[in-house]
Structures are given as structure tokens and as C-alpha cells.
Write a protein that binds this ligand. Structure first.
Ligand code: SF4
Ligand code: SF4
Length: 256
């Protein structure tokens, strides 16, 4: 019998939400489990199988010296390495430390900060090792995750669009909250994938899927100012889950 491809799921600095998206696939997960050998997935199984692995899904960012070493070993053990979520693809919300003094943060958050071993920055996995595909979202969309896993198992590129949330608004017939109500929205510069959930509930997008392909943050920032946003508000709107994604970082730094 042909050997099943080996799948590994790794956690770095993160909230586990993207791994939960995989578990949330429920029915589809049974099909995935039938097609692959889930060899390493500590959140779901107690048994682990050693590498090498055909596909590794990596959640989380690099925030400690130990993790900076560990990701090198994960890369060595993985034929294909896919990063999932805002932490793994852009450093996550913990990348806010990149704009501040991390020692100040640890001294406020922890009772005994002397026991904390951390780097001054939180960075994406691709800043440390070559990555075969980056799947955005906070958390990721489970249908996109299944598409990515299926694509890598079949040796093809994933069919994940690089266009913006605005496209999804149009597709589902949602009235634009900016045009209709003057509500600030990051949809024009944000990667599609969520199905434009927030505008469907009459809220502006706050960019949790990170930058779309070729985002025009300069024009959007100009429009957000017209809608009444101050420079500090503009800085904050780009510094959330994907603060260290280059396009959002640049947009926020202009307003620093
Ligand atoms: S509501 Fe936001 S995402 Fe939707 S079309 Fe308008 S600007 Fe784009
Ligand atoms: S913040 Fe934007 S990208 Fe995130 S779920 Fe809402 S509409 Fe989608």
C-alpha cells in the first residue's frame, strides 16, 4: 500500500486559534485524516511520529531565541512548509513590541520579568526560513486551509486569491459601509478570505487578514483622513494583528 503523506502542525508564539480552525473542519478533517498521516499535532494527538514530513503547517511567530533555533529544525524536517495566520505570516499582535521597548512590556505584564527569555521583536516565520506558502487571517479561514492542504498534497499551487475584501463585499451584495455611512474600513487594502464578514454586519474591516496584493495604503489613508481619522487613529488602525506586515508597517510609520 502506498505510504500516506505525513502532515505536521507546529506551534510557535500564538493563541492556537489557527490550529483550532483545522480542528473546526470536523467532517472534512476525517477526509484529511484519511488522506494523510497526521504525524505531529500536539494540540490534537498525544502520539507523535518523527520526521521528515511532507507538509508542515506552522502557526505562530518567532519571539524567543529557542524558537529561532527550533524553526530551523522544522524547516530541515519539512518538504513543504506553509505558515498559517497573522502571527506566522506577519508577527501577530505580539509584534507591537517591535515599535516599543519589550523590557518595559515584560516589566508591566509579569510579576517576575527576570524569568522571561524573549527577543526584542516578534517576526514572521519567513523572516527566518524559506516558506512555500503563506495563508493569512486571524484566525485563518478553514475552507482556505483545506484548499491549501489539498493543493500541497496534490502538488499544485493553492487557489487562494490575493485580491481585497472589497471584492467579497461586491460578490455577496453587501452595501459598502464607507460609501453608504462614512464608516472607516480597511477592506480596500486587506486580503480577502473571510467572506467580508464585518461589512456584512455594517462594521468596517479592521484588517485582520493582513495586506492584500499591492495594497494602496497611501490612497486609503488619505480617504480615512477625509472621513475624520486623526494621525494617531490612523497609526492605531494599521497597528493591530498585522502590525509588522511590511505594507501595514509602512502605512503606520508614516503616521508615527
Ligand atoms: S465595506 Fe469595506 S470592504 Fe466592503 S466594499 Fe466598502 S470599503 Fe470595501
Ligand atoms: S476584520 Fe476584515 S478581514 Fe477580518 S474578518 Fe472582518 S472583514 Fe474580514
Amino acid at each position: 500500500m502506498a505510504r500516506k503523506p505525513k502532515l505536521a502542525v507546529w506551534k510557535f508564539s500564538s493563541c492556537d486559534g489557527c490550529q483550532l480552525s483545522l480542528l473546526d473542519c470536523e467532517d472534512e478533517l476525517l477526509a484529511v485524516a484519511g488522506a494523510v498521516d497526521i504525524a505531529y499535532f500536539l494540540e490534537a494527538t498525544s502520539k507523535t511520529v518523527g520526521g521528515p514530513y511532507d507538509v508542515s503547517l506552522v502557526e505562530g511567530s518567532i519571539t524567543t531565541p529557542h524558537d529561532a533555533e527550533r524553526i530551523l529544525e522544522v524547516r530541515r524536517q519539512s518538504k513543504a512548509l506553509v505558515t498559517i495566520g497573522a502571527c506566522a505570516t506577519a508577527g501577530g499582535i505580539q509584534a507591537l513590541r517591535n515599535f516599543a521597548d519589550v523590557n518595559e512590556f515584560t516589566s508591566i505584564v509579569y510579576a517576575s520579568p527576570e524569568y522571561i527569555s524573549t527577543l526584542a521583536t516578534s517576526t514572521a516565520i519567513a523572516d527566518h526560513v524559506p516558506v512555500d506558502f503563506e495563508l493569512r487571517g486571524c484566525p485563518i479561514d478553514k475552507h482556505q486551509l483545506l484548499e491549501v492542504v489539498t493543493a500541497f498534497l496534490h502538488g499544485r499551487r493553492p487557489n487562494v486569491p490575493g485580491y481585497s475584501v472589497c471584492m467579497e463585499c461586491k460578490r455577496r451584495g453587501t452595501t459598502c459601509v464607507t460609501v453608504a455611512h462614512g464608516t472607516p474600513c480597511l477592506g480596500p487594502v486587506t486580503q480577502a478570505g473571510c467572506g467580508a464578514i464585518c461589512p456584512a454586519y455594517a462594521r468596517g474591516c479592521y484588517g485582520c487578514f493582513g495586506p492584500a496584493e499591492s495594497p494602496n495604503t497611501v490612497s486609503l489613508s488619505r480617504q480615512l483622513r477625509v472621513l475624520g481619522m486623526s494621525d494617531p487613529a490612523l497609526l492605531r488602525v494599521f497597528r493591530t494583528f498585522n502590525a509588522n506586515a511590511p505594507a501595514f508597517k509602512e502605512a503606520s510609520t508614516v503616521n508615527d
